[in-house]
Design a protein around this ligand. Structure first.
Ligand code: SAH
Length: 213
């Protein structure tokens, strides 16, 4: 687990690339400069860790592209102490960004292999989520709800009602919706019954898995 000056230099460059693509949130850019992304991916891809690309991780899943992580983090408008639910822990990279910008993070992962691996790995880097959960993101986390923010990092075929219902009034749900490619969709809860919906462009994610069993 080595983090060198060279890695740090590459991260600075990556932050500059993301800035040029429209990321302006200082806290998010600082998180990108700080988190050793090369340690979140398979060592065979290490040389490319700071390119703006997605890479395979375990269980046929991917670590999201840095631009996507930065875009989602910026759009959530996380404030220090916000209670955030993440669906799709994966490598834990997005989780680390949320922790760096001051969120209290609850994160659900459907693949047991990834859940185990990331549960061991994040604390080694000093990243402590409130809770990492092996479970089904379609259900959210009713026992901990309501949340200030909910972020989904897998392509959802539809918007799960449970997630909308677990938002605080004023809260934000950011979810890529679609079967093949996805439209990044932001819901802002205006009142108990009203949600404002914004469509924020096309993205490509691995699919959100239906409940097993
Ligand atoms: N944020 C992660 C993205 C991983 S890809 C990263 O950057 O590393 C999407 C993740 O969502 C995968 O790990 C996948 O296993 C998980 N996932 C898919 N369907 C899910 C579901 N129904 N509930 C929880 N996690 C799910």
């Amino acid at each position: 687990m080595k983090d060198t000056h060279k890695h740090q230099g590459l991260r600075k460059k990556l932050a500059t690339v993301l800035e040029a693509k429209g990321i302006s949130d200082k806290n998010v850019l600082n998180a990108i400069r700080k988190i050793p992304r090369h340690l979140f991916i398979d060592s065979s891809f290490e040389a490319h860790a700071y390119q703006d690309k997605a890479f395979p991780i375990a269980a046929e899943q991917t670590i999201s592209q840095p631009y996507t992580v930065a875009f989602q983090s910026q759009t959530l408008e996380v404030k220090k102490g916000d209670k955030v639910l993440e669906i799709g822990t994966g490598s834990g990279y997005q989780t680390a960004v949320l922790l760096e910008v001051g969120a209290e993070v609850y994160s659900i992962e459907r693949q047991h292999e990834l859940f185990k691996k990331t549960s061991l790995f994040l604390p080694k880097l000093g990243y402590r989520a409130k809770k990492l959960i092996f479970g089904d993101g379609y259900k959210g986390l009713p026992e901990i709800a309501p949340f200030d923010k909910i972020i989904v990092t897998a392509g959802a075929p539809f918007v799960p009602k449970a997630l909308l219902s677990q938002l605080k009034v004023g809260g934000r749900l950011l979810i890529p919706v679609g079967e093949v490619t996805q439209i990044m969709t932001l819901f802002i809860r205006k009142s108990a019954k009203e949600f404002e919906k914004h469509e924020l462009g096309d993205f490509a994610f691995v699919p959100m898995l239906e409940e097993k069993n």
